[in-house]
Design a protein. Structure first.
Length: 151
């Protein structure tokens, strides 16, 4: 599932949206869970590099806390799952310049606030492929392409 890209010395980088991590942990969605686990395993093992955007980490932690409140996971399991995800990929923390990119993307592509924030953070980190089911697959946002791993 994970594609390795290399063209004429250009470097490509991946990122994974929150929904992929959520599905990888969600036994209520066995088909998507299997696809998410396969994708993540491939990205961990493959090149190009993959980063974990800070926003995605925060959103995942929010999901885990919701599941904890619902009794779906224990506090210890929520923290263990989160630490496991943090260990997969380097955390990409955006700088203040992310907001200029955010405004440009939001205006140009009429994106939601959170999608604009995620895409801007990905672009700042050098991401060229974002795995997500929440945005239109195949769309190229100025060199950042969306791939739906569940399609």
């Amino acid at each position: 599932m994970a594609a390795a890209y290399a063209t004429r010395g250009m470097s490509y980088m991946n990122a994974v949206d929150t929904n992929v991590f959520v599905y990888s942990l969600d036994a209520h969605e066995p088909v998507k869970q299997a696809k998410a686990k396969l994708l993540l395993a491939g990205l961990v093992a493959a090149r190009p590099a993959t980063v974990l955007p800070w926003q995605v980490a925060g959103e995942l932690l929010n999901w885990l806390r919701k599941w904890e409140a619902q009794g779906r996971v224990s506090t210890d399991d929520a923290e263990a799952h989160f630490r496991d995800v943090l260990s997969m990929f380097p955390l990409a923390i955006p700088g203040a310049s992310v907001f200029a990119t955010y405004f440009a993307l939001r205006k140009r592509f009429s994106l939601s606030h959170w999608d604009s924030m995620l895409l801007a953070a990905c672009k700042e980190a050098g991401v060229t492929t974002l795995y997500s089911e929440d945005m239109a697959a195949g769309t190229d946002y100025d060199g950042l392409t969306i791939v739906n791993p569940f399609a």
